[in-house]
Design a protein around this ligand. Sequence first.
Ligand SMILES: [Zn+2]
Length: 314
Amino acid sequence: MNGLSIEWLTTSAPQTICMKTRFACLWSLVLCLSVTGSFAQIDTAKPRVIMIGAHPDDCDINAGGTAALFASMGYAVKFLSLTNGDAGHQNEKGPKLAARRLAEAQEAAKRLGITYDVLNNHDGELLPSLEVRLQVIRKIREWQADIVFSSRPNDYHPDHRYAGILVQDAAYMVAVPNIDPETPALKKNPVFLYFQDRFQHPNPFQPDIAIDISSVFDQKINALDAHESQVYEWLPWIGHYLDQVPKNKSDRKIWLSQSRSIVITPEVKSMLVKWYGRERAEVVKHAEAFQICEYGAQPSNDEVRKLFPMLKSN
Ligand SMILES: [Zn+2]
C-alpha cells in the first residue's frame, strides 16, 4: 500500500458515483478511502466536522447519532480511523481483515451520509509518534475542520488512549504554519470535543454538551450493523457473549439495538436539561454526550448553539 491513495467520492446524487485512483500520494503507508452518502446537500457555509477514532467503528459507536444529525442538516462530516483494524478478530487478521473492515466502514458511511477515511497504521500498535501526529494534523487541515471529536486519553485500549493523545497534540498545532508547511494551516484553532466514556481515573468524563439522538438512533444502529466483523463477531467473542448473537439478520439488528442502548447518566441528563429544557429532556430516549477539550477553541453557550443547531427544545 506504500504510496497509494484511493478515494471513492459520490456527489449529492445517489446514483452518480465517480472513482478516482491517485498514485504518487505524498503520504507513504497511508490508505485513504472516502465515501460520501447522499442524505442532504452539503452546505459549504456550515461548520465542518471531523471525528477521529483509533479503529474503523469507534466514531460510529461513540457519535454515530450526532454525525447522522449533522449530515441530515447538510454539514460535511468525516470519520477518520487512525488504524486499519487489522487485529480486531478472533479468526481473521492482516490485510484481508483490513480490507473487510474498510468495506464495512464504506458501507457505514453510506448509511450515515458521511465520508470515512481509514489510515493504514496497524491495529493494536498505534503510538503517539510525530509521524502519526502529522497525519492527524494534515487530515484536520485538509478537511478545514471547525469541530473535532475524539476519545479521551483515559481508556482500556491503548489505541484509544493514544488516539486521544494524538488529537490533543494536533490541537493548536493545526494553526501553526511552520508545522508541516506543505499543508496550509487553519486560520483558527477548531473546537475539540471528547467522546463519552466510563473511565474514572485519573478523572471522569464531564459532559458539556448532550445531543438527543432519539430520532436517528435506528440510523446509528443501521451504521453499526455494517461493521459485521465487529458487532456480531469480534466484540461478542472477546466479551464472552458470542452465544447471544442471533443468527437471523433482522433479529441481529434488534439485538444490536437493545445491546447498544446507552444508559443516560445523571450528568448527561443535566446537560440535556441545560440545552433542551426539562420538558424535552424528560422524553429523550437516546443521547450522546461530549466534553469540551481545553486545548481547542473555547466556545460560549451561544457559539455552541451555532455549531450544534440541533440543540433546541422542540
Ligand atoms: Zn476501538
